[in-house]
Design a protein around this ligand. Sequence first.
Ligand SMILES: [Fe+2]
Ligand SMILES: [Fe+2]
Length: 297
Amino acid sequence: MPTDEPIARASDTGAMLAAVTDRMGNMHRAQVHRDPWPDFASFAIADYEEPLRRAAAVQWAGRARAEHGSIQQFAQLAHVLSEVRAPLHWYGALGRLITDEVRHAELCAEMAHACWPEGRAREPAVFAWPRPRTPWPLPPDPSDEAAAWRWAAEAIAVACCIGETLSRPMLEAIAVVATDPIAEASARQILRDEHLHATFGWEAMADITPRLGDDDRAAVHERIARALGGFQASTACGIEVADVAGKSIEIVRGAPNLGTLADEQYAMIFYATLEAEILPQLDALGLDGSRAWAERG
Ligand SMILES: [Fe+2]
Ligand SMILES: [Fe+2]
């Protein structure tokens, strides 16, 4: 909500939806809000039992933190790409990615707050807003242009080619199972953007990869292998590929759902997307996705 109260900083309050001035809010909304912005104030809180709302707040708050992490990652990538003077068109595309991630973080944070408003006082840890951490080291000194391009290739492969390609089917599933109209609208707004983010990654990698030397290519491969292990740990919920082999997944609308998936659904979407999209596209770039998966960290 816009307010003229003194500005509270997220770092001071831990709030994922810290208040801002009216003017700042207007600038933000003009750039980031899409029509129709979900009416979070009209969330039908009385229609849902508290355990269901709490479980949804946990997942939406986790998504808000992940989306905030994407803002940090793409902002850092934009900085490095400007150092190596990537084509101007790349910044236009990447600028869109950054504003999209701001929108996603806000949608997810609003959903978390709407689902479980009483939880903010009861379990503030659910709504924690820690400093995001990139899943890669700090960029090298940009005077070493080859090292900076290698760093950019690693970041794009991890965040866009793997992360964003996984996002789309996850959001698709969330939009299908969500019975609440505001939860579904939030998922669909995010879903509309994610395929573009993956496309940015695959297009950029198709440009960069042929220019990488053998050592750089080996480093990118190693980073991808490590990232695949990281995504498996964070997305497959401890479920191994052998546990779901031969099983089929059912994503259907049924019981009241505020935009949550079960562990097994997350895991099966993860493995299916890996097999059908991510590993073949890495192979097509000459980055040997199957070997990276076998060597995952
Ligand atoms: Fe996102
Ligand atoms: Fe994204």
